[in-house]
Design a protein around this ligand. Structure first.
Ligand SMILES: NC(=O)c1ccc[n+]([C@@H]2O[C@H](COP(=O)([O-])OP(=O)(O)OC[C@H]3O[C@@H](n4cnc5c(N)ncnc54)[C@H](OP(=O)(O)O)[C@@H]3O)[C@@H](O)[C@H]2O)c1
Length: 256
């Protein structure tokens, strides 16, 4: 009988950092990775469509529109039916409605960023926590299940003067608070937010273009590098070392 696989779920798994996380996880032995996408099924000619076709028992695309209670609970039911448990969730889907100021930020910018970046990870956790807790209950002495959120340094309050105001930063600050509270309320689950670096993705390029800067000129990293760093931090994380703490993809601890 083969050993129980380690089961991951990555949201925003169709492109950017999320896809690189799925791709890196798919190379690990005895691992299954659910790739959450809102546009389901992924096209046969998309990166995720090709990867899932190459590794159909390892990479499992799943419909997951951020914040949709229906999608999140349907995904949880599908994973429960197949495996009964889940070892690690990486909440990566995110949006940025662009730079603004306290005076110019519109309620719709604030709502959009909070909806995807702050509220959706809450909906995700509420749907999937029973599966993470089932993992812990099945082997309480083993590594604890994990719920990791891809946050941003722009959500720091301590060092917020390093950045201009934007609704995105507000939404990531709210996310950090939420994840820290998850960690406190659920001793069986290791929860923490992580900054992925300045990453050469659609969002990364758009974010610095607004400042007339190029990621290449400020040490921007590839999505593959970011994903490798994030997974290394996740692999090493224990409740004591990382639970409820904020760090970078390189494992450097950050103040909230
Ligand atoms: N790139 C950076 O420099 C950087 C820096 C700090 C933090 N981050 C964070 O890293 C995470 C990934 O960003 P990225 O750079 O990879 O951005 P990206 O390339 O723009 O990808 C964003 C991902 O989020 C998904 N998404 C957005 N809204 C969604 C929704 N309502 N439902 C489901 N999926 C949704 C997108 O899916 P679709 O393909 O369906 O649109 C896509 O997979 C985000 O949380 C971002 O805030 C990025």
């Amino acid at each position: 009988m083969s050993a129980q696989p380690t089961i991951y779920l990555v949201t925003g798994g169709g492109r950017g950092i999320g896809f690189s996380l799925v791709q890196a996880l798919s190379t690990r032995p005895n691992t299954v990775v659910y790739a959450g996408v809102r546009s389901f099924p992924p096209g046969a000619d998309s990166d995720l469509g090709r990867l899932a076709a190459q590794s159909p028992t390892v990479v499992l695309p799943i419909k997951l529109t951020s914040g949709s209670i229906e999608d999140n609970h349907a995904a949880a039911a599908a994973i429960k039916g197949k495996f009964g448990m889940l070892h690690c969730v990486i909440a990566c889907a995110g949006v940025s409605s662009g730079l603004s100021s306290v005076l110019s930020a519109t309620p719709s910018q604030m709502r959009s960023d909070f909806e995807t970046n702050s509220i959706s990870p809450l909906v995700l956790f509420q749907a999937l926590a029973p599966l993470l807790l089932a993992t812990h209950a099945a082997s309480p002495g083993s590594a604890s299940p994990k719920f990791v959120a891809i946050s941003s340094q722009r959500g720091q309050i301590t060092d917020c003067m390093a950045y201009t105001f934007d609704s995105y930063g507000c939404s990531k600050a709210a996310l950090n608070y939420l994840i820290k509270k998850m960690d406190v309320e659920h001793p069986q689950i290791i929860s923490f937010p992580i900054h992925p670096g300045s990453v050469k993705t659609e969002m990364g390029h758009a974010g610095v273009a607004a400042l007339s800067v190029k990621l290449e000129d400020i040490g921007g990293i590839s999505a593959e590098e970011s994903a490798a760093g994030i997974l290394s931090v996740i692999d090493k994380a224990t409740k004591e070392s990382q639970g409820g703490r904020f760090c970078t993809w390189e494992g450097e601890q950050l103040p909230f």
